[in-house]
Write a protein that binds this ligand. Structure first.
Ligand code: TMP
Length: 422
């Protein structure tokens, strides 16, 4: 189901290298000590989007441990779960929320346009929601690629041209005829086990002026805001700009610009261009490179803080249940799987979780027997508390669920620190 990773994905530290006798003697007795450091460990965990029906078998459990590279500060999981298990059928769909629509517009505003009807390729196009926005509301020419059959079918029904495959050099060769001017990869690079093949694919599609936009969760937000619930098996790498520059060293691509984004709790839009591009790199690249310091100490603090937050939610929910209160979950996000399993919740604590995604309904929250139900259940059942696992949409949810709040319902927001609303 998974294999172990022992070397740094960005700079190669830890790759088996057999030194010459002369090198070993010169380096001395410490020369073999090139190992990655464990910095955050949630033990064995289920796959965050493995929503199965009662009675159906889950894919299984795998270690969830982050390793830090002491040379380039790349943080990555200690194992890679087989991509076909994770992605051939995928239940995460791009949110239809207003927050996400606003984000699409933000991205459009950031992209410098060379033409009126630009050609954009989206890697990891999911159910095609972003491409649909570009094609039908902005008049762009678009094309996508995604490995999930179920999501490609939805994108096809939207009238979009989407290839159903993992992106890499082979897939890029097939897409070449589209000649994209812009390549967008939103929250997909951190899922990628083989960057070399992914970047090779980008190179194939990148004549000098192609703009490549990679949206990644930023490790600075993860660490400073304690967002441990974005650590799950799909997120193999936790990015900062320094390891990314290491990764690109041996390629024809260069960092061009770095822009902070607020989506999903904090992300970066990292723009790349070919090294022969006439457009000079933005000063943001060197600013990020000079400011970054995400070493062992930052991760140690993050780990301590995360376990404190897990303990706080567990204590709150346990106490509420012991006092006869009914607690449910709101939003069966991948984040919810991390929280629920880290807290060790079952149906005894969380009666059900509401969610708007049809693919998740009437399935169980991964690793537990907690059922996912439609969002109407909140008003029908009127639980005392709803733990908002989709905390990144909390403002929108408070507006939407006014009727629940008016009838005395309360939201527990577990992040950044547990609070009860109203
Ligand atoms: P995401 O943070 O990965 O986008 O996941 C959010 C999840 O929360 C997704 O499964 C949809 C769900 N959700 C609701 O059920 N109701 C809502 O109002 C919102 C905004 C999200």
């Amino acid at each position: 189901m998974y294999h172990k990773i022992t070397s740094c994905r960005a700079c190669g530290l830890g790759k088996a290298q057999i030194p010459t006798l002369k090198q070993s003697v010169a380096a001395g007795p410490q020369s073999g000590d090139t190992s990655l450091l464990p910095v955050f460990d949630l033990g064995l965990q289920p796959l965050a989007n493995d929503f199965v029906q009662a009675g159906e078998e889950q894919s299984g459990f795998a270690p969830l441990k982050v390793m830090l590279c002491p040379r380039c500060n790349m943080a990555q999981l200690s194992v890679v779960v087989r991509p076909d298990i994770l992605y051939r059928h995928y239940s995460y769909v791009t949110s239809p929320s207003q927050t996400m629509r606003d984000h699409f517009q933000t991205l459009v505003d950031m992209i410098p346009l060379a033409s009126h009807k630009p050609r954009l390729l989206e890697i990891g196009s999911n159910d095609g929601r972003f491409l649909d926005f570009l094609q039908n509301e902005k008049g762009w020419q678009v094309c996508g690629i995604d490995p999930a059959k179920n999501l490609c079918e939805t994108a096809h029904r939207r009238g979009l041209k989407v290839y159903c495959d993992f992106f890499g050099a082979d897939a890029a060769a097939r897409i070449q005829e589209f000649e994209p001017e812009i390549i967008m990869a939103r929250h997909v690079f951190c899922h990628c086990p083989d960057w070399k093949d992914f970047v090779r694919g980008l190179e194939i599609l990148s004549p000098p002026e192609t703009l490549i936009c990679i949206e990644v969760p930023y490790v600075a937000d993860l660490l400073s805001k304690g967002e441990f619930d974005t650590v799950y098996h799909e997120h193999l790498s936790y990015f900062s700009i320094k390891p990314m520059s290491h990764l690109l060293m041996e390629t024809s691509l260069r960092l061009h610009k770095v822009v902070p984004l607020s989506i999903h709790g904090g992300a970066l839009l990292v723009m790349l261009r070919h090294r022969d591009s006439q457009t000079s790199p933005d000063k943001s690249v060197s600013q990020y490179l000079n400011a970054e310091d995400f070493g062992h100490e930052a991760w140690r603090k993050f780990s301590t803080d995360s376990f404190r937050k897990i303990g706080a939610l567990r204590h709150f929910v346990d106490t509420a249940v012991q006092n006869g209160k009914r607690v449910v979950g709101y939003g069966a996000s991948a984040k919810s799987t991390v929280w629920i399993n880290a807290c060790g919740f079952t149906r005894n604590q969380i009666s059900f979780i509401t969610d708007t995604t049809p693919e998740k309904l009437y399935r169980n929250s991964p690793g537990t027997n907690i059922p996912i139900v439609d969002e109407g259940a909140l008003l029908r059942e009127l639980p005392d508390y709803a733990v908002c696992f989709a905390w990144n949409y909390i403002d929108e949810i408070l507006q939407k669920e006014k009727a629940y709040l008016d009838r005395g319902g309360k939201f527990i927001v577990p992040h950044p620190d547990i609070k009860v609303l109203p």
